[in-house]
Design a binder for this molecule. Structure first.
Ligand code: KIV
Ligand code: ZN
Length: 432
């Protein structure tokens, strides 16, 4: 992505890591088929799950959480289908979620029988509110649930050595958990799993509910990274939700604070206000010259597939993906964009006013950028005539004709399409 420049932020982004910048993409994990799915009014059927899975593979995701097979028959069936029909590429790991309960863990391993490789993701809730009000347990009781879960996960894996297992643990509701307790639980789980002896382990720290500003979340991540045992032997993952609208920002700052893996969903589908949006975060990296190792160049197909599988439409102003995000109606914006594009040479670094990235990188075209309504000026109208009809207007005529178009837009109250602009031009200047 030589066309974009990686920039160093000016000033302090956080008092503890002021000079850090993200230098490479995280290890991604897409949880659309589990967290995204569990939040849908109508959960996906097996065919929809397959379609979304295939898209995630095509985009380049190497870790994909496919469901909670012990809790849902369609998730179990989907997991079996992927394995039995050999639909998991060799470089992709499926991940499945389970609670730390023996019968659920046993069923999870039934679902995964015969997989070449898989991530078993076990969780239990650790926050004060969950401990005291939901489970009625003290710290020791909660830690015991986690340690037992880790033990059962390991015991089942030991019985199926033909599969390459990665273990993942989430202290669910981490953002409401005392940090010293979170570290105590993580160390206890790792004492069972032994990442220091080579077992692949991910410790996933969720903002199950986004409770604070992103810098506070990042401080929590940093504290854990600084205090856990054997940090160098396992991955720290973050799994942010978007309750305060900052899921992406929290994940980005968490990377600066030491996380190396990020979980999220396409377009941010997920519980309540959703999960961290993978599209936005990946494209944020891309726009700073960092290869996200995901191919988002076919944005129309991504939007269409996600909409078909989730039955949730994409907001027209959704970062990078919405219909209107590379559109300029305002005359001064159109003018500036036109001037920058006219000066631009093919190998120049992208530096176009009002367009943070080149829409072509997402499979979109500059044609969609200039659209005309009553806010548009002479530049936009002239551009449409030139682009669609090869008609070049002198400056005086641009000024005069844009008033005609503006009057029509004010009467009709909305957008004026290219055909109407041409008809107005014909009526005024070409018809005798
Ligand atoms: O948000 C959350 O805490 C989760 C966990 C199960 C990781 O989805
Ligand atoms: Zn979640």
């Amino acid at each position: 992505h030589k066309k974009y420049v990686a920039f160093k932020p000016v000033g302090k982004t956080n008092r503890r890591w002021p000079d850090q910048v993200i230098e490479q993409a995280p290890r991604w994990c897409a949880v659309d088929l589990r967290d995204g799915n569990q939040a849908l009014i109508k959960p996906m059927n097996v065919a929809q799950k397959q379609r979304l899975f295939d898209l995630l593979v095509k985009l380049g995701f190497k870790e994909i959480e496919i469901g909670f097979p012990a809790a849902s028959q369609p998730d179990f069936d989907f997991c079996r289908k992927l394995i039995e029909e050999n639909r998991i590429p060799k470089d992709v790991r499926i991940q499945v979620l389970t609670q730390a309960r023996p019968e659920l863990i046993a069923r999870t391993y039934e679902a995964l029988k015969g997989a070449d490789r898989a991530i078993v993701h076990v969780y239990n809730s650790t926050s004060t509110v969950q401990r005291e009000q939901v489970f009625g347990l003290d710290r020791a009781g909660i830690r015991e649930i986690a340690v037992n879960g880790a033990r059962w996960v390991k015991e089942h894996a030991d019985l199926a050595p033909e599969t390459e297992w990665t273990f993942q643990y989430s202290p669910e509701s981490f953002t409401g958990t005392e940090l010293d307790f979170a570290v105590e639980v993580i160390d206890s789980v790792n004492a069972v799993w032994r990442p220091d002896l080579g077992q692949g382990v991910v410790i996933n720290l969720p903002a199950t509910v986004e409770m604070s500003t992103p810098n506070v979340f990042a401080d929590q991540i940093e504290w854990v990274c600084d205090h856990v045992a054997h940090r160098e032997h396992f991955s720290i993952s973050v799994h942010t939700h978007n309750d305060r609208g900052c899921g992406v920002a929290a994940a980005e700052l968490a990377m600066l604070a030491g996380a190396d893996r990020v979980e999220g969903t396409l377009m941010g589908n997920g519980e309540r206000t959703g999960n961290m949006d993978l599209v936005t975060m990946a494209m944020n990296l891309y726009s700073q010259g960092i290869d996200p190792h995901l191919d988002l160049s076919g944005m129309a197909e991504i939007v269409e597939t996600v909409e078909a599988c989730t039955d949730i439409s994409t907001h027209p102003r959704h970062p990078y993906a919405g219909d209107l995000v590379f559109t300029a109606f305002s005359g001064s914006h159109q003018d500036a964009i036109r001037k920058c594009l006219a000066l631009r040479k093919p190998d120049d670094v992208w530096n176009v006013a009002y367009l943070p990235i080149d829409p072509a990188d997402l499979g979109r075209h500059y044609d969609e950028v200039v659209r005309i309504n009553s806010q548009s000026g002479k530049g936009g109208v002239a551009y449409v005539l030139e682009r669609d009809y090869d008609i070049t207007l002198p400056r005086w005529l641009q000024i005069e004709f844009s008033k005609v178009v503006q009057a029509e837009a004010e009467t009709n109250g909305g957008e004026i399409d290219s055909l109407t602009i041409h008809r107005l031009f014909e009526e005024k200047y070409l018809k005798v």
